[in-house]
Structures are given as C-alpha cells and as structure tokens.
Design a protein around this ligand. Structure first.
Ligand SMILES: Nc1ncnc2c1ncn2[C@@H]1O[C@H](COP(=O)(O)OP(=O)(O)OP(=O)(O)O)[C@@H](O)[C@H]1O
Length: 404
C-alpha cells in the first residue's frame, strides 16, 4: 500500500500524545500553501483544532491571505483567530516579525489552554535551513536545524511535515480543490532562504538534494542528543552551584573533550547571566584557554588551581535595581523583615565596605560584589550573601534542576 500524506502526518505526530489522548491543538496558518495543507491534513485526520493567523501589517495582501484561512475555518466549523503584530522599527524586520509572531502565538495558545501548536515547515524548509547554516559555519546544533518537537515559550511547537516536500503539499491542495496564497516574498532573491533554494539547484550535480540535507539534519539531531547525554554526565561529575555561581572541578573537566567543555561553560554562562543567546564560540575558547580571569557574556570566568568559577560580573549588574518583591537580575529573590521603600541592588564597592565578614562566605571578592543586597536608598540594609544577613535570606532558581 502506498504511503499517503495522512500516514506521514501521523508519523510526524507519533509519540507526541499518549495513546488515548487527543487534545485540541493549535495550528498556525498564514494562508500559504504549506500551512493550508497542514490544516487540511490535520482536519481530515480528525484532530480537534484551533487556528491562528498573524497579520504582520507589512503587506497589503496579508488580509486577503488570512481571509482564505477564515473561509476555510468557517466552512468546516473550526475556530479561527487573527492576531495583529506591529513593528517597532527595531532590528531586522524579518527577525522581529518572526519573534513577534512566536510570542503572539504562544501567548494566544496559553490563553486558550492549548499546549501544542503545529507549524507547516516542510522538508524543503529544513534543507534550506541546513544549507544556510552551512554557509554560516554552524556546528552540530545549527545543522540539526528545526526540531520536529520543541518545547519553548511555555508551549510545545510541532512540525509534523518536516518529511514532506512542498510540492507534495501543493498537489494535495489542488486535489482537494483548495485555494492558498503564494507570498511574493517567497520569490525575492534578496532573502537568504530564496538564495538557498536556488543554491540547491546549483548544487544538484554534486548530489546535494532536499532528501540528503534533511538526512544530515536528522543525523545532527542524533549527534546533538548524544552530546547532551555526555554533557549531563560531565555536569553531574564536575559542576556544583555556590550562591548563584557555577563551580567546575577541573580534575573531571580537563579530562573531557573540548566540545563538551565549551558546551558546559556556555551553559553555565547562560545560566548565570540569564541570557538566551549563546556566547560566541571564539570568545569562549579564549576564556577557556586563559589562566587569568576573563570577562565574558556578562560573567567572569575565574580560574583557580582546582576550579573554574563562573560568576556574575559586577559591571553587568551595577545599574540593576528593583523593588524588594521583584526578581533581581531575573533570578534572585530576597526574603526578610520587609519595610516600605526597600530595593534590591548589587552589593558593589560601597556595600562590601560595610560587610567586614564577607570573607566568611569563602567566595571571591568579585563574586560577593555582584551579589544581591537590600538597600534603602543609598543605605545598605542587609547583604545575605556577604555575611551580613540581618534576618534576610537569598533564594535563587534551583541550580541543577534548570541548568539544562
Ligand atoms: N502570518 C502567519 N500566521 C500564522 N502562522 C504563520 C504565519 N507565517 C508563518 N506561519 C507559520 O509558520 C510556518 C513557517 O512559516 P514560513 O513563513 O517560514 O513558511 P512558509 O513557507 O511561508 O509557510 P506557509 O506557506 O504556510 O506560509 C508556516 O507554515 C505557518 O505554520
């Protein structure tokens, strides 16, 4: 029996939900061919759906394209919502639109109690992504390209059509007598994605194809899973958490391969700084090779005889101030005898001068300087991580639990 698109969709969704559970899922549909086909395939499969479209307000035709989605949903009695996005003029418009769409859709899903949202990315998108990333010199993570299942922004994103060719979805739409919109920017050679599409044709004599590049992505995803596994073992062996710092025991660390060492330190830098973007690889290599303290990614990497300590850089938090009830630097909460007007700010030079016992913490001075303290205006009230608690305690997100 031939394998149908329905079978391949089912394969793309295999294992996402427990056997007898078929919750309502969200589908992000632009009115383009890929997501319209995804919508139709999911509906025919009997999935309970809620559909969302985002109007980026960038092209006059967007409203008409979304009207196609609305018509489809009305015809089949499926709930459909349109969310509007506006550009604040910052950064690249494409990146801002994509990030904005992601945030709007995930918020929408959470509001509606929807845990999963399906996207219409195809094998062609995946292959183009691999090629673009090759062009940027990406490593294993980048070449693993788009994940079929990804928990992010508080929901799970699904890409059940990553194995299906764009042309097959167009055929499906034609056979089903459905209309879709072709976004004219999908032909604009100014975009990297379109350049990648053309490059694929040029590289065909070398044997490069969508099938082979998607296979590369799958292979890289497996390699990444193996690296994750090894990284967790190294963390279990070598990493401890000390008042918001990450401390790496060099005995176990130095014996590990370079790829694992850089991954662990990159993760530690993100955990301490709260940044989501990874530190630059070359800067990371410099920091790891140095026997001195290095500033990187809003942190200090401090090498001692037996340990590598990653601590918050005081300069990066010197201006960070918040109300006593808020999370300071995105990760610290302070509890104690409250009074009006208290704020949290870094201890800093002014504060440490008033904490004669800071050495009892056993932590380096630079780490203590960047620790959260309670202030009333310019007066230091308490410094729970610098030996001057005054009834205050400092809490941080769980260490090992959310390191990964
Ligand atoms: N404006 C939008 N509103 C809702 N979902 C969208 C929108 N744009 C993209 N998506 C979702 O993200 C997926 C990938 O979008 P992208 O623009 O990269 O691909 P595309 O090839 O243009 O897809 P499509 O043909 O479905 O628009 C789409 O398949 C769809 O699920």
């Amino acid at each position: 029996m031939p394998v149908t698109l329905q079978d391949r969709l089912a394969k793309g969704l295999a294992g996402v939900f427990p056997e007898n559970e078929r919750p309502r899922i969200g589908v992000a549909v632009s009115g383009g061919g890929d997501s319209m086909a995804l919508l139709d395939l999911l509906r025919v499969a009997g999935t309970e759906l809620a559909v969302v479209s985002v109007n980026h307000g960038l092209r006059a035709e967007a409203a008409e394209e979304i009207a196609l989605v609305a018509e489809y949903c009305a015809r089949f009695g499926i709930g459909h919502e349109v969310l509007a996005w506006g550009w604040d003029g910052r950064g690249s418009v494409q990146t801002a639109a994509r990030d904005g769409r992601r945030a709007l859709i995930s918020d929408w899903a959470k509001r509606r109690g929807i845990g999963h949202v399906a996207l219409g990315h195809t094998a062609d998108d995946q292959a183009e992504t691999v090629l673009m990333r090759l062009g940027r010199g990406s490593g294993v993570d980048g070449l693993a390209a788009m994940a079929p299942i990804l928990a992010r922004d508080g929901i799970v994103w699904l890409r059940p059509l990553l194995d299906v060719r764009r042309a097959e979805l167009r055929d499906h739409l034609r056979q089903a007598g459905l209309v879709w919109a072709d976004d004219p920017s999908n032909e604009d050679p100014a975009y990297d994605r379109i350049k990648a599409r053309r490059a694929l044709e040029v590289l065909a004599p070398l044997g490069v194809s969508v099938e082979r590049l998607t296979r590369t992505a799958e292979h890289m995803a497996r390699a990444r899973a193996a690296l994750d596994y090894a990284e967790r073992q190294l963390v279990a062996e070598a990493v401890t958490f000390d008042a918001g710092d990450v401390v790496i025991a060099l005995a176990a660390f130095d014996a590990a391969p370079e790829e694992l060492r850089t991954r662990v330190v990159a993760r530690a830098l993100n955990w301490v700084s709260g940044q989501v973007y990874k530190p630059r690889f070359d800067a990371l290599q410099v920091a790891l090779a140095s026997d001195k303290t290095t500033a990187l990614h809003g942190c200090l990497v401090i090498r001692k005889a037996q340990t590598l300590r990653i601590t918050r850089e005081w300069a990066a938090v010197a201006g960070v101030r918040c109300d006593i009830t808020a999370a300071w630097d995105g990760r610290w909460r302070l509890d104690g005898p409250g009074q009006a007007g208290l704020e949290i700010a870094a201890l800093g030079e002014a504060g440490i001068a008033e904490c004669p016992d800071w050495r009892t913490t056993g932590r380096p001075r630079v780490s203590v300087l960047a620790s959260p303290a309670v202030w009333l205006g310019a007066r230091l009230v308490a410094a729970p991580l610098a030996g001057r608690a005054e009834g205050w305690t400092a809490r941080i997100r769980a260490g090992r639990a959310d390191f990964f």
